[in-house]
Design a protein around this ligand. Structure first.
Ligand code: OXD
Ligand code: MN
Length: 612
């Protein structure tokens, strides 16, 4: 029975049902009884495998089809009336064509199936930041994941009332045909259609589709920002708290940074990190002229491989109950899960992510095809499980942001950390981000590509207008956060990481927050402010870069170097990117920052000659 009298909701559900023709419609009310029943049904049908109730209570394993393991950027479209509004970076389709194509594909696809109606909220229901959505889907897996990742149920319908507006989301699994897979966004209609996939990033429509692509479009029109950012809080020994938002591309360590455990001597002094969010931040200007952020999600859709007790204790703990694992390996000895990097010892009896017995003797770290878990295998875990979850998570209040951090996976050139000269220079640094691709999206891994503000796959409108929106936001923030760039991924000539990363990133965070307070100096360089090596605490750092070489001040200096020749090339390449793609809509402020960078990187003699 329909749980609302909201005519817009009823119309949307009826239209979706007319198109897809399900046998049954079930409204998700968010009750424990209903969710429990759905889990039982999914276990019965084989969609979920129940894990060991003692070791992993209320946890399940799901396997996707092998052709459906990641986001599909080349099948993800922004459907605006005018092509130029989607911009040159997004794939575009005319709305009429996209509606027709998807209707054709989805027509009758729920015959013999149930259509679930999921009312959900991004943000705490009733809070100033919250926005609501209705997702209809024929997948129990989607219902159960949405129930972890968002706030689901009757309270959302109550908040919508008789005529509240919402984002429409239609997900039809169809027959998971990769050739007919489309993830369509209609920002002008507040609508999303996803067909022929069952992979989280393509089908949990509250996440990338709504909270980033549609929300970034709404944010531009309404004067706020929807960003691919974690939010963390740092507690200082005197009890003061400061909050930081950081944008890194997919699978580049947002979850790890958000849940960082500081090194022992920091902990002993009283430093603590708390997690507000690990993937998405919605940011608004407060009445006090600062930038305030909330995490609109309710759970973590984290990358499993590499997560272990040491790399991310808090994430691992978050997965110990009420979690759905996707495409990890099943340890049949005790019905628990395993993935590469979870333990040094390989389990003897495992079923791999494709459902076949796994032979540990054949495992070769360098050959992904021998892995037991898919490189983009995931856990969907309730945020409330996280031992370091912030008290601000789930509250009606946002948190004030002191620093914004951008960062990518860069083997060379980009130093460990540097600071923008001002807001517009920070926007330039964000716009210039590039990073090596990861398994989070289909396609080649390890290829360096531009990923401005880590939003390349997630901006719901023209990238040039997005940069301009950032510049304009700067004009409205009287007391803006300071902007930084970090790179945890510098490698030496043998490919070894030159910085330990993980918990030791606290050392960099400390410098960043001191800069925000104005309590530490920096060197002004061609690219911005770089730390004096002595100002980053490397005491009690137990890290060997490669055999026998311990990390010391010299090692730190090596990763703080700004090589002007390399940066001149970087600037040239960026100019090509600006000109080749976004061009006319790049705001003047960014062209100016590019000019400054080019001038700053000119070799000394050339500058002299030029000035003669
Ligand atoms: C994610 C992604 O799942 O960025 O968060 O792909
Ligand atoms: Mn992400």
């Amino acid at each position: 029975m329909a749980l609302t009298k909201n005519k817009k909701v009823l119309d949307f559900v009826n239209e979706s049902a007319e198109l897809t023709q399900p046998d049954k419609i079930v409204w998700i009310d968010g009750s424990e009884t209903q969710i429990k029943k759905l889990k039982e049904e999914a276990v019965k049908s084989g969609e979920l495998i129940k894990l060991n109730e003692d070791l992993l209570p209320d946890c399940y394993l799901h396997r996707t089809k092998v052709n459906d393991v990641a986001r599909v950027e080349d099948r993800t479209f922004i459907c605006t009336t005018k092509k130029e509004d989607a911009g040159p970076i997004n794939y575009w389709m005319a709305p009429s064509q996209a509606y027709e194509l998807c209707s054709e594909i989805a027509r009758g696809s729920m015959k013999g199936r149930t259509m679930y109606v999921i009312p959900y909220s991004m943000g705490v229901v009733g809070s100033e930041f919250a926005k609501y959505g209705i997702e209809v889907t024929d997948s129990i897996y989607v219902v159960l994941n949405m129930n972890i990742m968002t706030r689901v149920g009757k309270t959302v319908l109550d908040a919508l009332g008789k005529d509240g507006d919402f984002i429409k989301g239609l997900h039809a699994k169809c027959d998971v045909n990769a050739e007919k897979r489309y993830i369509m966004h209609f920002p002008e209609d507040n609508a999303i259609i996803s067909v022929n996939s069952a992979y989280g990033g393509n089908v949990l429509l509250g996440k990338k589709c709504f909270a980033l692509r549609i929300a970034s479009y709404l944010g531009r029109n309404e004067g706020w920002l929807a960003e691919h950012m974690l939010i963390l809080g740092v507690t200082f020994p005197d009890g003061e708290k400061k909050y930081v938002a950081a944008a890194f591309p997919s699978a580049c360590g947002k979850t790890n940074l958000a849940m960082l455990i500081p090194p022992k001597h920091y902990r002993e002094k009283g430093y603590k990190i708390e997690t507000v969010g690990d993937d998405i931040a919605w940011l608004r200007v407060g009445e006090d002229g600062r930038l305030w952020a909330v995490n609109p999600e309710n759970g973590f859709f984290g990358v499993a491989p590499g997560t272990n007790e040491h790399s991310n204790y808090n994430a691992l703990q978050s997965t110990k109950k009420g979690t759905i694992f996707t495409n990890v390996a099943l340890n049949t000895d005790d019905m628990t899960v395993w993935w590469e990097g979870l333990s040094k010892e390989l389990p003897e009896h495992c079923i791999d992510w494709t459902g076949k017995p796994w032979n540990p003797a054949k495992f070769d770290k360098k050959d992904k095809s021998t892995c037991a878990a898919h490189p983009n295998s995931r856990f969907t875990a309730p945020a409330a499980n996280c031992p370091c979850i912030s008290e601000k998570f789930g509250s009606l209040e946002a948190v004030p942001i002191s620093a914004i951090i951008f960062g990518g996976r860069r083997a060379s050139t980009t130093p460990l950390v540097y600071q923008a000269r001002d807001w517009n220079h920070g926007v330039f640094i964000g716009s210039a981000m590039s990073s090596e691709t990861t398994a989070a999206a289909a396609g080649a891994v390890g290829v360096l590509r531009h990923d401005p503000m880590a939003m390349k796959p997630f901006t719901g409108y023209h990238m040039g207008d997005y940069f301009a929106h950032w510049v304009n936001m700067g004009k409205k923030i009287a007391n803006p956060p300071k902007i930084f760039n970090v790179n945890w991924f510098r490698t030496d000539k043998d490919g070894n990481f030159m910085w330990p990363g993980f918990g030791d990133n606290m050392r960099v965070l400390e410098w960043i927050l001191k800069r925000c307070d104005g309590t530490v100096d920096a060197e002004e360089t061609a690219i911005g402010y770089v730390p004096k090596a002595e100002d980053i605490d490397i005491s009690e750092l137990d890290y060997e870069i490669c055999k026998g070489k311990k990390f010391d001040l010299k090692s730190l200096k090596e990763i703080l170097v700004v090589d002007k020749e390399k940066w001149a090339k970087e600037a040239e390449e960026l100019e090509g990117y600006y000109n080749g793609t976004i061009k006319d809509r790049i705001p003047d402020e960014l062209w100016q920052s590019l000019e400054t960078l080019k001038n700053n990187c000119k070799p000394a003699e050339k500058t002299e000659k030029a000035s003669k």
